[in-house]
Write a protein that binds this ligand. Structure first.
Ligand code: AMP
Length: 428
């Protein structure tokens, strides 16, 4: 099978790495990919994965490329091409593609849509109201005091402002709706009650009828140790977490996934792809903070290092509507991913810093260094983004996996490298 993966981050490196292990993979491309993806080889025939410099949002060029190369199966990593309708476009042209269609991508591209859907189908979430009027939004936000103000549309993960009092809440509404801090994404807002609890990530692979839940994982969103500093795309993950027993996880699937799939059918949404709900484990039970309509990054890195199924067969079943015939299989080992970022991230940062020690880290057992923001410059690999690497290791338990991941981090150096020292510490 000829496979094209779309995207360029750590999530896409993990997808390429796993797909390249499938005996079904005969030739692979990644658009645009990164320096680590370009080093992967197919297990079946040893051929190299080729990176092609087409932007993940350039739908016409991606379609033309897939047609020219007669790609059999395209796998989409990031949210933007999904929200732009890449799946609908490829399908219209008779090409097989994995990911949610444009209508289903609304769960991520519109927080107003998600909030209304959750309320209509009884999915537990924060109490909330949605607004397109500044005055009404401010009045409601001020009445809550401690609350969360969310821009409706996609805002690179930054459109969520947590407010601790009425003044901050009014200021947040002003920033989003009047100051247009997130552009058109902030024409409407959702204002939610502030939920307290432990935050975890869930992932479920869906095929329009069936949703197969993954084990739990936990991201670390803040830039600094102890959950301090600014929000980031994610500084590290581990899986599984100890916060839900198998029975509680099954209950969570019942109260979230069952109404979700039922609601999709009722609304004419053909949800085939990945559903990734962010969950707060509150004292009143699990509540959905948001829906994402694609794999998490860096959740993918810990999930795919634990997954035992053939990834091509799994994603193919998600497209074909045959997931009910497949049982997900996971290594019992724990996986930990520590993100190494550029100094200054999530603010401004320099690019082009040479990365040393990748070969030494690669020699460590049960360890995989996934690249995110990297590029090749002559003979060296250099930094090329905020999140640079996702250093991932398996261990017999959480402590062993954590020690192995940090042992690999120790081998790697680049000017200004920044990482958290406490990934998975909450669970120990
Ligand atoms: P979202 O993009 O909606 O997941 O929000 C980003 C982050 O803001 C989440 O990962 C949570 O840490 C936090 N957050 C979002 N909504 C709430 C809420 N209602 N209560 C408390 N924290 C929240």
């Amino acid at each position: 099978m000829k496979i094209l993966v779309i995207g360029s981050g750590g999530r896409e490196h993990a997808l390429v790495w796993k797909l390249a292990q499938s005996p079904h993979a005969m030739q692979m491309w990644c658009a645009p990919g990164n320096a680590g993806i370009a080093q992967e080889h197919l297990v079946k025939n040893g051929s190299a994965v080729e990176c092609v410099s087409i932007n993940a949002e350039d739908l016409p060029k991606l379609l033309a490329f897939a047609q020219e190369k007669k790609v059999d199966f395209t796998v989409v990593g990031p949210d933007n091409p999904l929200a732009l309708g890449i799946v609908d476009l490829f399908q219209k042209n008779g090409l097989k593609i994995w990911g949610v269609n444009r209508k289903a991508a609304q769960f991520e591209s519109s927080k107003v849509f998600s909030q209304r859907f959750m309320e209509k189908y009884g999915i537990p979430t924060a109490a909330a109201e949605t607004f397109n009027d500044v005055g009404a939004a401010k009045k409601f936000a001020a009445s809550l005091g401690k609350c969360v103000v969310k821009a409706d549309g996609l805002a690179l993960g930054k459109g969520v402002l947590i407010c601790t009092n009425a003044a901050e809440a009014e200021k947040a509404v002003d920033e989003i709706m009047v100051g247009k801090a997130f552009g058109a994404a902030g024409a409407n807002v959702v204002i939610q009650e502030f939920l307290e609890g432990m935050e975890i990530s869930l992932h479920a692979l869906c095929d329009g009828k069936t949703a197969k839940l993954f084990p739990t994982s936990q991201d670390h969103k803040r830039a600094l140790d102890g959950d301090n500093g600014l929000n980031t795309g994610g500084m590290g993950t581990y899986s599984p977490t100890p916060f839900l027993s198998d029975a509680q996880l099954a209950d969570t699937a019942t109260i979230i996934l069952e109404p979700f799939m039922r609601g999709c059918v009722a609304e004419g949404i053909d949800y085939r792809g990945l559903l990734y709900p962010g969950i707060m484990l509150t004292k009143n039970g699990p509540k959905v903070l948001e829906f994402n309509a694609r794999f998490g990054d860096p959740e993918t890195q810990v999930y795919l290092t634990r997954l035992e199924n053939d990834p091509v067969e799994l994603l193919d079943a998600s497209v074909n509507g045959t997931l009910d015939r497949i049982e997900l299989k996971w290594k019992t080992a724990t996986s930990v991913c520590v993100v190494m970022a550029s100094g200054g991230y999530p603010g401004n940062y320099a690019k082009g810093k040479p990365i040393l020690g990748l070969a030494e880290a690669a020699k460590l057992p049960d360890t995989k260094v996934f690249h995110a923001g990297t590029a090749r410059a002559g003979d060296s690999i250099v930094t090329n983004g905020g999140r640079v690497l996702g250093v991932t290791a398996l261990g017999k338990d959480l402590k062993a996996a954590q020690a192995a991941a940090y042992a690999a981090v120790e081998k790697i150096h680049f000017d200004g490298a920044h990482f958290r020292h406490d990934i998975a510490a909450k669970a120990l």
